[in-house]
Design a protein around this ligand. Structure first.
Ligand code: ZN
Length: 233
């Protein structure tokens, strides 16, 4: 069900960075929606009918490779927006966008987005900045998947979820984690066990809780800081 968005319900950083005047013009075109775990926002090739600015929802960007489960190539949370191809004049989604952490987002139709993008230089600036940060994330994730150990990648991925979705408890099954990290399930089980033994996380029936954030940062690969700094640049 759609609800009008109150300003105090909007926790998305991209929207928050807009000057008040630009935000107020945008505000009536934003709907507050709840995204639930497992909800597909776009399949690969789908027309992008809406863009989403997550507040505390977390969305995985997945790419398909024939004969393999979908691989995660990016994550979008409160720092960004889902549907960036529209800003580049592309109307179909190149990959799949899957809700991986339930929460709310601000949703806007593609026609409202096109109009706002045309009329608001600050919105263009913020969206372009975000696209650049997302490109760095995708590039770094490609290298990370190839070179870094599963344990360090898992630590990075958990920290990113914590940063982007404001939640230090994540519902992630081993199977889902194995798919998004592109490794076998046994590899994820072993990595989660190691992090748990070091008292960095607790893991129970698919719920992962971060117990020691500083320790988890030390266990994560260097990609974590690179991706984080790109968002904050
Ligand atoms: Zn890495």
């Amino acid at each position: 069900m759609l609800m009008p968005a109150r300003t105090d319900q909007i926790a998305n950083h991209l929207l928050a960075a807009l000057p008040r005047k630009d935000f107020q013009r945008l505000h009536p075109t934003l709907d507050l929606v709840t995204l639930t775990f497992g909800e597909v926002l776009y399949e690969s090739g789908d027309a992008i009918r809406h863009v989403y600015f997550p507040n505390d929802a977390l969305v995985s960007l997945l790419t398909l490779v024939e004969g393999h489960p979908a691989l995660e190539v990016g994550v979008v949370g409160r720092e960004g927006m889902v549907g960036t191809p529209l800003a580049l004049g592309i109307v179909n989604s190149p990959g799949c966008a899957l809700t991986q952490g339930s929460g709310t987002a601000m949703r806007m139709t593609s026609s409202h987005f096109h109009k706002a993008f045309r009329d608001s230089p600050p919105l263009r600036r913020e969206v372009y900045r975000y696209i650049h940060a997302l490109m760095i994330q995708v590039m770094q994730t490609a290298a990370c998947n190839r070179f870094h150990m599963v344990e360090a990648r898992l630590a990075r991925r958990l920290l990113m979820a914590d940063d982007y979705a404001l939640s230090n408890t994540l519902h992630l099954t081993h199977e889902f984690l194995a798919n998004i990290l592109g490794v076998r399930r046994v590899g994820v089980t072993k990595a989660a066990h190691t992090l748990q033994q070091q008292n960095l996380i607790s893991y129970s029936r698919g719920d992962i809780t971060i117990l020691d954030r500083n320790g988890l940062e030390a266990a994560a690969c260097s990609c974590y800081k690179i991706i984080k700094n790109a968002v904050n640049a």
